[in-house]
Design a protein around this ligand. Structure first.
Ligand SMILES: [Zn+2]
Length: 398
């Protein structure tokens, strides 16, 4: 097995709070003039370049910064079709109500397996090119047994973090018999999908007639948990509601959006900080021209937060975590260090993953390199494509 030392790292952000000799201000575990030894896709050693152990191969990254690869813990990459007209309509003042999802459902059902596979593969590659090394992928544009299971089978070709989202919206042919659709989700659809999924998710949103009520969401999540799946919830996106409370009550790993939060919601999230991560998706607020949640308020209360893209065809067709980071700092009152932590350590925590999000010996060697001397340039140079996943030589299975 070949060990490779990556040296010439001007600044290494490890996120490892126990790393000896590192600068631990803002919990970043930073080293200057650092090296990382990688073997078989895993980190063997981290430290000052001058102390690096011998290795079979030597690669110099040329004085650039290296950070943990971004963990994008919320995406909807399995879809076909184009909704750019809907985006344009929103920008001219039409409000989003969750109804456009059916447009993507029709296109996704009509696409062949190979077409869907090519679309997902291109989106995952686009993410890697922007520094994302782990992505969670949801179903949710099939909304029948066959197409939900197919979406998850294809997603599983690209990631182990697959999420069954049959409860994305109630499809139009079930709109006057919602309980039948919930029964289908927790029955035949769950049986077909659970073998291909690690997680189950539900769009709990009383403000949208297309989404699910608190009672419906509880039924879906309970069935998913009984089938061995971890829980995630789309909640409080369009207005105040019960989703955050439900997610905490059920011990969900992640409650996502959190755009509208009451004081009680924030207190509940803080009390559940070890269990439930609040995943913020500012690309959605950007793309729907909605108010941003105040991430500062959450951190000050002691809530664990994550940042993710929510890359999807309707409310945010951006796969860019650097874009999300820039928004989080500019619009949600986070410091650059806090935003970076949220998109690495925080999002890894929301996926129950300790082997990613922090660069330390024993973890996956998921490294992102910046064409810049410091991580601060991610924010300072917003919109400039300086981040990319470091290519270790073809060993990216996950
Ligand atoms: Zn979503």
């Amino acid at each position: 097995m070949t060990a490779t030392v990556f040296a010439g790292i001007s600044e290494l952000v490890t996120g490892d709070e126990l790393l000896e000799g590192a600068d631990h201000s803002e919990h970043l575990g930073r080293l200057r003039d650092a090296a990382v030894v990688v073997q078989n896709g895993f980190v063997e050693w981290v430290g000052p370049a001058a102390q690096a152990p011998p290795a079979d191969e030597h690669q110099d990254v040329g004085g650039r910064a290296v950070i943990p690869g971004f963990v994008d813990s919320h995406s909807h990459l399995v879809f076909a079709g184009d909704r750019s007209q809907e985006f344009a309509a929103r920008m001219s003042g039409i409000r989003y109500d969750g109804g456009g999802i059916v447009t993507s459902v029709d296109a996704t059902r009509a696409a062949s397996d190979d077409e869907l596979r090519a679309l997902v593969g291109a989106r995952v590659a686009e993410m890697r090119a922007q520094g994302t090394t782990t992505v969670e992928i949801k179903s949710g544009y099939g909304l029948n047994v066959q197409d939900e299971a197919r979406s998850l089978r294809i997603a599983a070709e690209f990631t182990s973090e697959t999420t069954f989202l049959g409860a994305h919206v109630v499809p139009p042919d079930f709109s006057d018999r919602r309980s039948e659709y919930v029964d289908l989700i927790i029955g035949e659809m769950l049986s077909a999908c659970a073998p291909h999924a690690r997680w189950i998710d539900v769009f709990c949103e009383p403000h949208s007639v297309h989404a699910f009520t608190e009672d419906e969401a509880r039924v879906v999540l309970s069935a998913g948990r009984d089938a061995g799946l971890g829980l995630r919830v789309h909640a409080n996106q369009l207005g105040h509601g019960p989703g955050v409370r439900l997610a905490v009550e059920m011990g969900a790993a992640s409650v996502d959006h959190c755009t509208y939060l009451s004081t009680d919601d924030v207190e509940q999230l803080a009390a559940a900080a070890d269990t439930t991560v609040a995943t913020l998706l500012p690309g959605v607020e950007f793309s729907t021209r909605s108010p941003y949640p105040d991430a500062r308020r959450l951190l000050d209360a002691g809530v664990t937060i994550a940042l993710a893209s929510d890359c999807n065809p309707g409310t945010c067709y951006s796969s860019s975590i650097p874009f999300v980071l820039a928004l989080a700092v500019r619009e949600m009152n986070l410091t650059p260090a806090e935003a970076l932590q949220a998109a690495t350590f925080g999002s890894a925590k929301s996926l129950w993953r300790k082997d990613i999000g922090v660069i330390r010996a024993g973890n996956r060697a998921d490294l992102t390199v910046l064409d810049a001397p410091s991580y601060l340039h991610l924010f300072y140079r917003a919109g400039v494509p300086i981040a990319s996943a470091l290519d270790l030589g073809g060993r990216h299975e996950r």
